[in-house]
Every structure is written in C-alpha cells, then in structure tokens.
Design a binder for this molecule. Sequence first.
Ligand SMILES: *Cc1c(COP(=O)(O)O)cnc(C)c1O
Length: 225
Amino acid sequence: MKNIENNIKILKKKIQYLLKNNNSLFKEIKIIAASKNQSVEKIQTVLSSGIYEFGENYIQESIIKINKLKKNNKIIWHFIGKLQSKKTKLVAQYFDWCQTIDREKIAILLNKHRTNKQLPINVLMQINISKEENKNGICIKNYKKLAKIISKMPHLNFRGIMAMPKKEKEVIKYYNYENIRNIFNILKNEYKSVDTLSLGTSFDIDTALIYNSNMIRIGKDIFNR
Ligand SMILES: *Cc1c(COP(=O)(O)O)cnc(C)c1O
C-alpha cells in the first residue's frame, strides 16, 4: 500500500506543476480515483491519502464496495462505466454522480429512479470525441438536444461533460480536445449549473489540463494497474 501513497504524492505534484505552468483556467482540479477491480483495502489507502472521490465501472462490484464503506460519509461515488437501462435504478440509488449519460432514455430513467429523499444526482453527458460512430458517448452533432433534456429534469443536476479519448499509441489528435473544450464553454454559458469538464486519464493528464479539464479520472497512476 506504500506504493499507492507514493503514487498519489507524485500525481499531486504533477498536477500542481501543470496548473502552474499551463495558465489553466481552473486553480484546482478534482481527482477521481478510478477504482474498478480494486479492493476495499486499496480504496481505504487512497482515502487516507486525501482523495475522497471514486469512479466505478461495474455496478455489482461497486455496490459491494459502497456498502462496505458506508460508514465513511465523506466518500463521493461516481459511476463512470457504460450504462444500460436496466442498471439505471441501482446507479440512481447508490451513486452521487453519473458521468456516462449518452442518450435520452438513460436520462429519463435516472431521473425516474432518483427519489425525493435524495439530492438530485450530479450528471455529466458523455461525448464521443473519437471519429468512430460506434464508440461510447453521444455524437457531437446531437449534444445540444440531450443537454436541454437533462437540464429540465428535476432529479438530475446537470454539471457538464465527460469524454474518454482512445488509448492507441498513435499521436493524440488535438482537434478532438479542442472540440470538447468548445462544447464545454458553450454549455457553461448556457446553463448555470455546468461547471465540470471530466477529461483526462493516466495517459493524457497533460493534454487534458491544457484544454481546461477540471476533473480527471485516474486508475493506473494510482493503483499501478
Ligand atoms: C478505467 C477508467 C479510467 C482510468 O484510466 P487509467 O488509464 O487507468 O488512468 C478513466 N475513465 C474511465 C471511464 C475508465 O473506465
């Protein structure tokens, strides 16, 4: 577990350095520990290093962990996996954030399953920034319509957008990031609640911060996967 603590120290230093040297729009960025396939013990080590937000991909696995860690009321859980309709009820029940809304049906179901006893669930719209149509996320040309639908739902709190660039070794095409930043700025101007751009994983933190990401989702660089 020493490794995890050390990794987090290095990660925080790296972010400080990048924020100082990039003239980033944001002074602070939120780190989400992407904890899929990671044990409760490892999550506890991350917690003791001062990171309280976790991103989970698989609903069954995550509910076991959420229940085991229920006593810690500081933890914030983000659903970052691909979301099927039949899983929306559990996401609405257990999570504080859902980052992967990519179609109207998912928005409607999440809204329906979030109860009046709960705060609205924070949501991000996942945008497809790769040029392949079959990748996860909504196509760039359709995002405005979905944004409007999400913003009208009483049990959803529309916070912004999320994107997941492809990981091939090929050079990252910068115009994709540029697109995402533009969409974020347009939505931020249009909707008061929009304040979050979730962009950047272990392999592209540098680029993501240049393009004004203020939330990054880190697995490998924390857990040595
Ligand atoms: C696993 C995962 C991450 C973290 O990726 P790393 O390369 O391990 O940092 C981020 N976002 C999503 C949606 C993921 O599934």
